[in-house]
Structure formats: C-alpha cells, structure tokens
Design a protein around this ligand. Structure first.
Ligand SMILES: [Zn+2]
Length: 318
C-alpha cells in the first residue's frame, strides 16, 4: 500500500511517495511561486499530486499546509504566505485524485513524523520547533500533535519576547520570530552592517570568525529563542525539545548556547534536553504521508460531501 504526500510551504512544495514498509520511494521539490496568486498555487499542488497519483497508484494521499488550519474540516483557514483564506484543500484534492485525502498542519505533521520516525521516538511528550523563515511549534503528546480549539496551538513565534522590538506581520511588536527566525538573523545583520544578501548561516560563520556584529545578532537570536522556549516549558513541561528547520543544522554553535540560556531561565527546575530534529526538510511531507497511511488503515469514511467548485473567489481571498 503506497501513499503520496505533499507539504506546501511559502517557498517550496515538498512531495513524496511512501511505500508499504515506510520507505520513501520518491521525493521531489517544486517552487511554490506564491507571487502568482492563490489559485495558481492550488493548481500547482493539485497538478503535482495528480502526476504522482498517475505514476504510483497510491491508496491515499496526504497534504500538510501552513497557517491556521481546520484539520477536521480539511480547510486552510488562513495562510498569509500562500494568500489562502478558507480554502477547502482536502475536498478539492480528493475530488481531483478520486482518493481518500488526509489533511494536516505542516508543523504538526512534522511533529508527528519526528514522533514516529525521528528525534521524538523515545519521548512521551515533546515540543517540535522548526526555526526557519518563521517559528512555530508542534505540541506532541502521546504521539499526537495537539491542535487546540482554533487550530493555532503552538504559535510560539508570536510570543512577545522583546516588547519594544520590531513590528511583526501579526500586528504586535517583538514577537519571537522577529528576533530568532533565520530570516530575522539575516535581516538584523544586514540592517546593522548595511550589507545585503547575507544568510543566517553566513552570520553564524562570521560570528565564529570573530565578527562582533554577527556574534551579537546570533546571541540575541539564541537568547530570544530561550525566552520563548522557557515560557513553553513552564507551561507544558515536555520531556524534550526537538529543534528543526535550517538552524538545527548549525550544530554546537547553536545548541550549546541555547541549552545554557534555557537552563539559566528555568531557575526552579531542570531544563529538558534540547536536541536537533532528524528528518530535516522532509518532516512535514513524511508527516502528511503518515496521516494518509493512518487514514487508509482506518478504512472507508462516510460518503463524501458535495464539493464546492474549485475556485478561490476574490471574496474568499480578499
Ligand atoms: Zn507576531
């Protein structure tokens, strides 16, 4: 029994095919090119899934999307980076593929994959925190990612950690992701030096090489993340923290100061272990594949509901 899966991101769509034994038979990435508009993005997603379905004849499909998602309804309620508002992704994909489709949130799907296949395997509870363009967390409890009442559990990127800090697209100032995301590290270094085109990885390399500005930007990012994580640990007391995204590849230059900063903040208790994710950029896609496999194994659902026409109206995206 084969399943296909897609994880839709603001920059890339990660697609894959999972074999019966859980092996990844095929994977590919396509550019999202969200600047083409919300309808073009959904067309690309559906075309990619349809091509994989024709080639691999899967039993089910899974899709994970960013933003605020209603997992029960199969709807992307709002994804700023895709321009999607109230897009019934699951139904549109199911209609196009004529397959059962599992639907999830990208970070929660990634957390599920890390729980079953990656760095969270041994943990009863953990926070999966991908640090990339933005920052969000999956709260994984007993192998399931907790979605919350409105589907927005774990949005720690919008915890205010620097009240007088930079404005965030959410409307507040000093959110965690304005200091600690990979984009924020690059942006803050560029602003301080006037040099453009510098990545978070470059900032780390320059900090290692003795660049004082880079070292300060890097330290600010680590300390802000420790502030956010200490709030999450205080509230949830997870068994461990799994850091994903591009910054998780920075190794000891990231994890050593992060562990120290977290321990300094959790004065009343021992800090949980902080470890890098194991599945890299494939976590969301693998999670969507696991959701598809679970759906298939659960057996046929109730009869499908009539599907609304596949068109994102101006009203819906306005
Ligand atoms: Zn914010």
């Amino acid at each position: 029994m084969t399943v296909i899966a897609l994880a839709v991101g603001g920059t890339e769509i990660e697609a894959g095919v999972l074999a019966e034994d859980g092996a990844l038979m095929h994977s590919e990435r396509r550019f999202t090119r969200a600047e083409r508009g919300p309808e073009a993005v959904i067309d690309t997603v559906i075309d990619c899934a349809a091509e994989l379905a024709r080639e691999y004849r899967p039993a089910a499909a899974g899709i994970a999307v960013p933003g605020i998602v209603d997992e029960a309804a199969g709807t992307c309620v709002f994804a700023a980076n895709l321009g999607w508002r109230r897009v019934p992704v699951r139904d549109w994909l199911a209609e196009e593929l004529d397959l059962p489709v599992a639907f999830g949130h990208d970070v929660r799907a990634g957390g599920l994959a890390e729980a079953r296949l990656g760095a969270g395997r041994e943990c009863g509870s953990f926070l999966f925190v991908p640090v990339g363009t933005e920052i969000a967390a999956a709260i994984v409890l007993g192998g399931e990612a907790f979605a919350g009442e409105q589907g927005s559990a774990g949005e720690i990127g919008h915890l205010v950690v620097r009240p007088d800090g930079e404005p965030c697209p959410c409307g507040r100032r000093g959110c965690l992701q304005t200091v600690a995301s990979a984009c924020a590290i690059a942006r803050r270094y560029s602003r301080a030096t006037g040099e453009i085109g510098v990545s978070a990885r470059d900032v780390r390399d320059r900090a290692d090489a003795g660049d004082a500005v880079a070292a300060e930007v890097w330290r600010d990012a680590v300390e802000a993340l420790a502030d956010g994580l200490s709030a999450a640990v205080t509230l949830l007391d997870p068994e461990c923290i799994v850091i994903g995204g591009g910054l998780a590849r920075a190794g000891a230059a990231y994890f050593d100061p992060l562990r120290t900063a977290l321990a300094e903040r959790l004065t009343f208790r021992t800090a949980p272990p902080v470890r890098p994710a194991e599945l890299g950029h494939r976590a969301g896609c693998l999670g969507a594949a696991l959701l598809a496999r679970d759906l298939h194994r659960a057996g046929p659902a109730t009869s499908p509901q009539p599907v609304t026409p596949r068109q994102i109206s101006q009203k819906a995206v306005g």
